[in-house]
Design a protein around this ligand. Structure first.
Ligand code: UDP
Ligand code: MG
Length: 321
């Protein structure tokens, strides 16, 4: 059995099309379930999902109490999917269902992760440029390998899913996690597809924040960097002090020094603030991890195993028994 996980946030315009196309493909492939995760949509996404689930018994849905983000939606899907393999894909048909037969074939060939990789055709040139630069930098900084164009569209074997679920961190950066768990990967390339309905939820500031998350989630190299930077500046400083001291010995004390003082105070101040920010970022993460809050709250579902999660009172009664 294969589970298809679909995070949906305000996708009322896409869901019907998506459901039709995915059903077309999956029917001929294997027994399957479709796990739709409604990430607190404000439109009629949930209503549509319920409607579809009455007609199609392969449809499972799970609805969050508010918008928790795509990472949480994927995690919920992975938690409640019961398939031997799982395919994660977007609701907006930017991940072509026509790739699925080959993905499943590769899974049968023994690959634990079958990754669909898009090219950047049709993307804005600046965005493409920034992305390329980002991945170059990123791969120097972090321990896991990240590839441009590789997103969340992929097939995961059961053991890969279990490995992902074993990582219970609050700040989830899936791109990194997928790479971190390892296993044999197979990459299928496909042509980029433009979104047909609705709008992308990614703005430039969101992308930049996501980029910073990526760097910080995976190691402490930015902190290491601050040590090296500090050391270099200290050495340069010592050299400068030595030179000035020699000058004083030779020429005596010169009073004018306004420029050097202001320049060094400003520069050092700036550098210190940057690295304070870096440290703060890590402490912030520790703060969030230490709260151990749930990644999402389920409000509504037709998945039996998730029903308890959708009803906190039920959980309480159970734990009392
Ligand atoms: N999504 C979600 N929660 C969010 C934002 C997005 O579940 O907070 C879903 C969205 O419904 C879609 C997928 O994640 O199925 C990808 O989102 P989008 O198409 O906006 O991103 P893009 O394709 O532009 O990267
Ligand atoms: Mg999209």
């Amino acid at each position: 059995m294969i589970s298809v996980i679909v995070p949906c946030y305000n996708e009322e315009k896409s869901i019907r099309n998506f459901h039709r196309e995915i059903t077309e493909v999956m029917k001929s492939q294997a027994t399957y379930e479709l796990v739709f995760v409604d990430d607190g949509s404000r439109d009629d996404t949930l209503k549509l999902l319920q409607e579809i689930s009455y007609k199609d018994e392969a449809v499972r849905y799970l609805s969050f109490s508010r918008n928790f983000g795509k990472e949480a939606a994927m995690l919920a899907g992975l938690t409640y999917a019961s398939g031997d393999a799982v395919i994660i894909m977007d609701a907006d048909l930017q991940h072509p269902p026509s790739l699925i037969p080959e993905m499943i074939q590769r899974y049968y060939d023994g690959y634990d992760q079958v990754i669909a990789k898009r090219n950047r055709k049709g993307d804005a040139l600046i965005r493409t440029g920034f992305s390329k630069l980002y991945y170059k930098l990123m791969n120097k900084m972090v321990d896991v390998k990240l590839v441009d164009g590789v997103g969340d569209f992929r097939l995961l074997s059961r053991r890969a899913v279990d490995a992902l679920l074993a990582m219970n961190e609050y700040n989830r950066f899936s791109k990194g996690l997928f790479s971190w768990i390892g296993f044999d990967e197979y990459v299928i390339e496909y042509e980029n597809v433009a979104r047909e309905e609705g709008a992308s939820k990614w703005s430039m500031p969101k992308l930049i924040n996501y980029g910073i998350d990526g760097i910080i989630s995976f190691n402490n190299k930015p902190l290491r960097l601050s040590i090296y930077f500090g050391l270099i500046i200290t050495l340069l400083d010592l050299l400068y002090i030595f030179i000035i001291f020699l000058r004083i010995l030779i020429y005596g004390v010169e009073v004018p020094g306004y420029f050097t003082i202001i320049a060094s105070v400003m520069l050092l101040g700036g550098i210190q603030l940057i690295f304070l920010g870096v440290i703060g970022e890590y402490i912030g993460r520790i703060y969030y991890e230490s709260k151990r809050r749930p990644h999402f709250i389920v409000k509504n579902t037709n998945i039996e195993s998730a029903e308890a999660a959708a009803n906190p009172v039920y959980i309480k009664q159970q734990s009392r028994v």
